[in-house]
Design a protein around this ligand. Structure first.
Ligand code: GLU
Length: 450
């Protein structure tokens, strides 16, 4: 029998079960508003209760990581892998090591990942994992010991055709190397079970750059659609990690003026625009510095402003590339007051629901991370296919593929994101991304039965 359904009913079902998982409920809320009407218009979706099933993870794995650090002391951390949906391919999504990691954060990330992966058009399901371990200030040896202990637990749940983790915050090439080594030793298998690997052992060219570069390729598609250009525009970037730095570099290459980077301790400001030399230096050095932005200021690459966020800066384009919920309603108002025209998310869910609502209300360009930061996982999909064929494609071929995937995600958002209020020019990228991803995912689930 078809399920009676509306937004409140489904949301209150999830709220009743998971009321303390605020980030997860926030991410689901953001999607449900757009997809429930599509669901209600489709008898098959309703008959198979697709929306509730899409909202809940297929499996959540929890484990304790007990490990002995390099001083011989026992440390205990929590570890998770959320295997959200496998209708479109092996579970796929990163691992995050950060003290703020908990089940709610990983469930939101895994849920978003399914939609993001669906938008890439590649055969990948969605998942996410990680630990509350804080790698900041730890020795290389402790990082290796932790990664090995984490993988001793995780390895029994993953595989090249089952679940393929990658990096996320604080999990980069070094951590993936240690995790991969432990998997290989325990399983006696050299397979594409992780992405983001080193180029010497199954990694792919362009994977490191892909999320940040992909964000700017998406921005270019938006500009082209509006008849404008990146060249000459003032751009504010938050964050100072892999995504932020590569986005800033590509934006500068396209002629944009990038005036900021930031981290949890403050802001690097350069009103004349950061140079590509400065950004390349930061890319080469950020992994082994405690505060790369303060170091950049010491090298005369900008001014270091402690405890400041970048949203008060006057700009045409804002690219939040740090972390979830970093851009609040008041920040959205400040950006709008100073004339910001576009907000494209490089991080996952950096804008709160209230900030998003402001951007949608005034109809500036607002692109959710599931569309604009999908370049990273898209390149992971290409790494998986190279691993399956035991080959390695060259950098320029992969960069072209990344470009065309970002263009096609932009097109999918256009197809589903047109306004229904008679405004032919406005594109609601959030609605477009949510609906386009939902249809692919829902159709895959319908085709495979219950
Ligand atoms: N952590 C990245 C993301 O948020 C990449 C995931 C992957 O490559 O599997 O999309």
């Amino acid at each position: 029998m078809a399920q009676k359904s509306n937004f409140e009913e489904i949301f209150s079902f999830l709220h009743g079960k998971f009321s303390n998982e605020t980030e997860y409920l926030q991410a689901v809320h953001e999607v449900l508003e757009d997809i429930v009407p599509v669901y209600n218009a489709n008898e098959q979706y309703k008959a198979l209760d697709i929306v509730r099933r899409i909202s809940m993870p297929e499996r959540v794995i929890y484990f304790t990581v007990s490990w002995m650090n390099s001083e011989g002391r026992i440390e205990i951390n929590q570890g998770w892998r959320v295997q959200h949906n496998s209708a479109m391919g092996p579970y796929k999504g990163g691992l995050r090591f950060h003290p703020t990691v908990n089940l709610s954060v990983l469930k939101f990330l895994a849920f978003e990942q399914c939609f993001k992966n669906a938008l890439t058009g590649l055969p990948m399901g969605g998942g996410k994992g990680g630990s509350d371990f804080n790698p900041k200030g730890r020795t290389d040896r402790d990082i290796m010991l932790f990664c090995q202990a984490f993988m001793r637990e995780l390895q029994r749940h993953i595989g090249a055709n089952t679940d393929v983790p990658a990096g996320d915050i604080n999990v980069g090439a070094r951590e993936i190397g240690y995790l991969y080594g432990e998997y290989r030793r325990l399983n006696n298998k050299f397979e594409g079970v992780l992405t983001g690997k080193g180029l010497e052992f199954g990694g792919s060219y362009v994977r490191t750059e892909a999320t940040g570069f992909g964000l700017i390729y998406f921005l270019e598609a938006v500009c082209k659609h509006r008849g404008s250009k990146i060249e000459g525009q003032t751009i504010v970037v938050s964050g100072a990690g892999n995504v932020a730095l590569h986005a800033a570099l590509k934006a500068v290459e396209k002629g944009g003026k990038v005036i900021s980077l930031s981290n949890s301790r403050g802001l690097l400001l350069n009103e004349d625009g950061l140079t590509d030399t400065a950004l390349k230096w930061a890319i080469d050095n950020h992994a082994n510095r405690n505060n790369i932005l303060a170091d950049m200021a010491d090298e005369d690459m900008g001014k270091w402003l402690p405890d400041k966020k970048p949203w008060h800066l006057k700009c045409d384009i804002a690219l939040p590339c740090a972390t979830q919920n970093e851009l609040l309603e008041e920040d959205a108002n400040t950006l709008l007051d100073s004339g910001c025209q576009m907000v494209l998310e490089g991080a996952n869910m950096p804008c709160t629901n209230e900030a998003q609502a402001r951007f949608l209300d005034v109809k500036i360009v607002y692109v959710p991370g599931k569309a604009s930061n999908a370049g990273g996982v898209a390149l992971s999909g290409l790494e998986m296919s190279q691993n399956a064929m035991f080959n390695q494609r060259d950098a320029s071929t992969l960069d072209e593929q990344l470009y065309s995937i970002m263009e096609s995600i932009h097109q999918r958002c256009l197809d589903e994101g047109k306004a229904n209020d008679g405004d032919t020019k406005y594109v609601n990228y959030l609605k477009g991304a949510n609906i386009a991803a939902f249809r692919r995912l829902a159709d895959a689930m319908v085709a495979q039965g219950v």
